[in-house]
Design a protein around this ligand. Structure first.
Ligand code: SF4
Length: 345
């Protein structure tokens, strides 16, 4: 763009750093640029396109942002402070076309896939809110593509966003710090297997049989478990040292959490010779969804059965439930028990 405007290329690098490293949100703030250049840039481009409608802060410190795109569509992002590193859970789509029955986002349907810019901007907004504009990120940042949307249906913008964020002159969040969670878009899992600099992969399973998975995650009718786990095996073979590959299993009271289902799940993964660990995620209640979280004893029993059959399993602690920030709860909801704390740009 700088070249098109007849300017030296170092201006491009300067502006890239201002946006991606200092996380400035307008040309006006780039006071190291000549005033007339800022005016010219303003005529041609826009640094920020998302606006923050509301921000909610959970008792556990988790922050949820309800943002809007320039065309008025909801985008949700969650900032989760953790002891050693912060995690930001971002959205890849506004709404989601997949109809997972345990997920509130599904109720919105697909509104639009986000652009690479909109994906990156969510991270800027969350970091600016936590540490101030341009402030360093003291503890480093992990990213998870587990907000609204199916990331593998936003594959191109997602990969572009990851390239932008990995730039050492920008945010410098490398793919090794990013986990992408998919409901099981098989061709993209296979494609990712051949990408050299790639994020970690997580597969949302939710059921040990096709019959139940068809009900909970209708995408299973398109790519049933045999095909999905076959692709997972292919991906597992491509793993390099230090790469992570996990299964996510949402635990729904009386639906997918019996001892028999734990054995079925272990047998399924063992039959495909998959060594990936399983994260057990107690469901987060979200009206009007008809599910309840599995009681802790049942989750623990499920975990023990998996372990006894050689499958590594961990129980994940839900975060930000009280502000509808937890897994499966993102649906542009305004919580009434907590006022929006700030109007941010
Ligand atoms: S769980 Fe993920 S893939 Fe399924 S409907 Fe919700 S956002 Fe979409």
């Amino acid at each position: 763009m700088m070249e098109e405007m007849g300017l030296p290329s170092y201006r491009g690098r300067q502006i890239f750093a201002a946006v991606q490293h200092r996380r400035l949100r307008s040309f006006e703030e780039m006071t190291d640029l000549p005033k007339d250049l800022r005016a010219r840039l303003n005529e041609r481009a826009q640094v920020a396109t998302l606006t923050v409608e509301s921000r909610y802060i959970s008792e556990d410190g988790t922050r949820r942002y309800l943002m809007k795109t320039h065309d008025g569509l909801p985008v949700e992002t969650v900032f989760i402070p953790e002891e050693r590193r912060d995690t930001i859970c971002f959205s890849s789509q506004s709404g989601c076309p997949l109809q997972c029955s345990f997920c509130l986002t599904a109720k919105l349907g697909l509104l639009r896939t986000l652009t690479a810019g909109e994906i990156v901007e969510q991270i800027h907004i969350a970091l600016n809110d936590a540490y101030g504009e341009g402030g360093p990120t003291p503890r480093g940042t992990n990213l998870v593509a587990m907000g609204a949307g199916e990331p593998f249906l936003a594959f191109e913008p997602l990969m572009k966003a990851l390239r932008i964020m990995a730039d050492p002159a920008g945010l410098y969040i490398v793919p090794n710090r990013v986990t992408v969670s998919t409901a099981g878009i098989v061709p993209r899992i296979k494609e990712l297997a051949s990408v050299p600099d790639r994020p970690h992969l997580a597969i949302s399973l939710a059921a040990p049989t096709d019959e139940l998975r068809n009900e909970l995650m209708p995408i299973n009718k398109r790519w049933p478990l045999e095909e999905l786990l076959g692709a997972c095996k292919e991906f597992e073979r491509s793993l390099k040292p230090g790469e992570r590959f996990t299964f996510e299993y949402v635990m729904l009271d009386g639906v997918n959490d019996s001892e028999e289902q734990a054995r079925q799940l272990a047998n399924l993964l063992n039959r495909h010779d998959l060594r990936a660990k399983v994260n057990l995620i107690p469901h987060n209640p979200a009206d009007p969804l008809p599910y309840r979280p599995s009681p802790p004893e049942r989750v623990e029993r499920f975990r023990q059965i998996l372990e006894s059959k050689g499958v590594h399993a961990f129980v994940r602690r839900p975060r930000g439930r009280d502000i509808y920030a937890a897994c499966g709860q993102l649906a542009a909801r305004r919580t009434t028990n907590m006022p929006a704390l700030a109007q941010l740009r």
